[in-house]
Design a protein around this ligand. Structure first.
Ligand SMILES: NC(=O)c1ccc[n+]([C@@H]2O[C@H](COP(=O)([O-])OP(=O)(O)OC[C@H]3O[C@@H](n4cnc5c(N)ncnc54)[C@H](OP(=O)(O)O)[C@@H]3O)[C@@H](O)[C@H]2O)c1
Length: 264
């Protein structure tokens, strides 16, 4: 779908990848709805974007996407006056550590935001897109969704859901003028790591060379929509790495974990 003059909803626009989506879309969109819990951050972003494009209509929706009622209300509010034709399901969080010691509330929050909010918002906005014969849904998944990850088990499983959901949805809406794309970045420098570590110091496992700049991740995602791609993995190293990971037999993956446990 061509993004010029689109009417977009961006969840998780107060930081990181979502904020960059807003910045890059600001010159193309006609209307943008910015969603997150931190309204002050969204207001700051609104001022910045409005200065860059005075014609852009910017709306702010403060919502906690871990609360289903708020997600449902958001779905109703954003499409009341003007239909939405571009949904970026970007808000998400991780949580490092073993399942046995994780905070159950935190696991619940992660599943609510990463899985249930994505599903509910898609369900709320899709019928209008189908009726208009025009629309796009960009689901920000993760390369973590390609493989189970001990120590990041629930997060990786939520992202496996997002990738699978996106692929099936794409097939369901084929022929109705709607693009569905799963964006699967590897590590990106944002607030994500600090949130996932919850203030505890945790040395980042991923070496610097696998990180992809946030600007490049977002550009790849928007290109993915414009070119109607099913799946986008930004960065050459991650692309090759994930292709190999997806082809590897499960038995090899299990051996790898056993080996790394012995060394650790
Ligand atoms: N950074 C990475 O390495 C990486 C890699 C692959 C995929 N991803 C995915 O990229 C997406 C964006 O992450 P990021 O790296 O930009 O992280 P980030 O800098 O921590 O931003 C996360 C965004 O999600 C919002 N959010 C979190 N919980 C929310 C809630 N309950 N209700 C509403 N909004 C909520 C936050 O807003 P508020 O706190 O203001 O509510 C914030 O705007 C996530 O889906 C993440 O899984 C990230």
């Amino acid at each position: 779908m061509k993004l010029d003059n689109c009417s977009a909803v961006i969840t998780g626009a107060s930081a990181g990848i979502g904020r960059e989506f807003a910045r890059q879309l600001a010159l193309h969109a006609q209307r943008m709805v910015l969603v997150a819990r931190r309204g002050d951050r969204l207001e700051e972003l609104r001022l910045e974007l409005q200065a860059r494009n005075p014609a852009l209509r910017i709306e702010i929706e403060v919502a906690d996407l871990s609360v289903l009622e708020q997600v449902m209300e958001l779905g109703r509010d954003v499409s009341k006056d003007k239909p939405v034709d571009f949904l970026i399901n970007n808000a998400g969080l991780g949580d490092y550590g073993a399942v046995s010691t994780a905070d159950p509330k935190r696991l619940n929050e992660m599943i609510q935001v990463n899985v249930l909010a994505v599903t509910a918002l898609t369900r709320a906005l899709l019928p209008q897109m189908i009726a208009q014969n025009r629309g796009a849904i960009l689901n920000v998944s993760s390369s973590a969704g390609f493989l189970p990850i001990p120590g990041f088990a629930v997060y990786a499983a939520t992202k496996a859901y997002v990738t699978s959901f996106s692929e099936a949805l794409r097939a369901e809406v084929r022929g109705s003028g709607i693009s569905v794309c799963a964006l699967c970045p590897g590590p990106v420098h944002t607030e994500f790591m600090a949130v996932a570590a919850q203030g505890q110091s945790r040395s980042e496992n991923a070496p610097e060379f696998v990180h992809v700049p946030v600007e490049k991740v977002v550009r790849a995602g928007l290109n993915g929509i414009e070119l109607d791609k099913a799946l986008v993995i930004p960065g050459t190293f991650m692309k090759i790495g994930m292709a190999l990971a997806r082809l590897s037999p499960t038995v090899l993956m299990r051996l790898g974990w056993r080996f790394s446990q012995r060394r650790g």
